[in-house]
Design a protein around this ligand. Structure first.
Ligand code: HEC
Length: 139
């Protein structure tokens, strides 16, 4: 467990640094957006909203100041930090390698403790949007 925490902490630092360096189009605080929201298409906006609603509770950023037992743990982020050991970002939104097909597969089938989502939970249209949102950096 301690090794897991260290990996998550080390990884969160890396992800933060990468996020800051990867920042391309921030001109001021009002337009500051690592995800380029101000230029996002309706599809990507829908994907981001659905992602926030359905995925972010497990795949979001782990807050730096959360103490053990105080909540704020992210099952997906922590599992992926351990799985990839820093080779890939633990936060799904920071990934540049995800394809739409991969995202769709995991959402419909689940993996480990990740549940699968039925079409009544995440509609086909929402899944298309989520897949586009998470895979857009490949284009
Ligand atoms: C209950 C927590 C939880 C929720 C909600 C959740 N996930 Fe996951 N997800 C996980 C965990 C944990 C893993 C790692 C599973 C493993 O180790 O096999 C994972 C793995 C993944 C992976 C595989 C990444 C890789 O490289 O292995 C993808 C893609 C993914 N999730 C996408 C999503 C999307 C999109 C949603 C929202 C529709 C979502 N997840 C919702 C917990 C969750």
């Amino acid at each position: 467990m301690r090794a897991g925490h260290a990996a998550v902490a080390a990884f969160a630092g890396l992800a933060l640094a990468a996020g800051v360096c990867g920042q391309e189009q921030s001109s001021s605080w009002t337009t500051f957006s690592p995800r380029g929201r101000e230029t996002a298409s309706p599809l990507l906006k829908r994907g981001e909203e659905a992602y926030q609603a359905r995925c972010n509770l497990c795949h979001g950023r782990v807050a730096q100041d959360v103490k053990p037992g105080m909540g704020g743990r992210m099952a997906g982020t922590e599992a992926l930090a351990i799985k990839y050991q820093g080779r890939k970002p633990a936060v799904l939104e920071d990934r540049t390698d995800l394809t739409a097909d991969e995202v769709e597969y995991y959402v419909r089938h689940g993996s480990g403790i990740m549940p699968f989502f039925r079409k009544t939970e995440v509609s086909e249209a929402d899944l298309d949007a989520i897949a586009a949102y998470l895979s857009r950096r490949r284009r």
